[in-house]
Ligand binder design. Sequence first.
Ligand SMILES: NC(=O)c1ccc[n+]([C@@H]2O[C@H](COP(=O)([O-])OP(=O)(O)OC[C@H]3O[C@@H](n4cnc5c(N)ncnc54)[C@H](O)[C@@H]3O)[C@@H](O)[C@H]2O)c1
Length: 271
Amino acid sequence: MSRLDMTGRVAVVTAGAGGIGEGAAMALAALGADIAIGDIDEANGARVVAAVQALGRKALFRPANAMDADQQRALVAAAAQEFGRIDILVNNAGGVKHRNFASQTERNWQNILNLNLISMLAATQSAAEVMKAGGRGGAIVNVSSTEGLRAAPGFSVYAACKAAMISFTKTMALELGPDGIRVNCIAPDLIITPGLAELIDGSGENMSDQARYTPLGRSAKMEEAGDVIAFLASDMASWVTGATLPVDGGCTAAAGWHIGETSGEWALYKA
Ligand SMILES: NC(=O)c1ccc[n+]([C@@H]2O[C@H](COP(=O)([O-])OP(=O)(O)OC[C@H]3O[C@@H](n4cnc5c(N)ncnc54)[C@H](O)[C@@H]3O)[C@@H](O)[C@H]2O)c1
């Protein structure tokens, strides 16, 4: 049997009705997992459930605002009750709008903290409890960002949350490791999703500008993030825990090096 096979396993994906969450749900289902999705978008939740079922897997959708700890706990409880176990949790909820810190209100930063950091705490605690009770171990994959690895003007609190997510991943890997629960993180960039499209439109840039900063010279489909999440959740990654994997076409490696607009060569400071 392939070590990618997930037949009989159950995955919970937060914010799974679109973007990277949808990519993760579909990649996990393609490998055999049954899927529970939480999201605030019921119409797209139903669409993803139908797509998972079309692959022959079981699926459920539960309206769940990631900013509400009780709703995250209820999502995990619904998955455990419906499917009888939980093997995988993908903490995917997150997002941000550009705004310099000087003009942020307390309400702004509280919302960013709730969506990008607090959101994963209740889900992690409840899912880990179900995994431990099942005695079969499990895998948690957190969706951070390249912004958690570098400075991010206009995204200060978001970037701080994403860095905290990387730290939380490491500590959870240690606390949950003895129960056979692996905890890893991805740091994506330039994955084409509704959220990224809104951000880039709002910034006045476009995808081809962005591509100059990517060694692979393009942006990526949501499936390319979903597949890496599925790999980290699979037994193929059985010796990987506490790790953060950039899924960014090489942006993290480039660290500012980019193809100069006029020279067409790799450049650091010149355009
Ligand atoms: N797209 C990228 O290139 C990129 C880069 C870095 C990090 N990320 C991270 O990846 C994750 C997913 O990003 P994306 O671009 O797919 O997002 P997206 O904005 O395209 O949205 C994905 C889903 O989140 C849902 N959602 C929004 N607010 C929610 C809430 N409060 N509760 C529950 N669901 C909610 C939406 O309904 C949608 O279905 C986020 O954590 C984001 O920070 C994405």
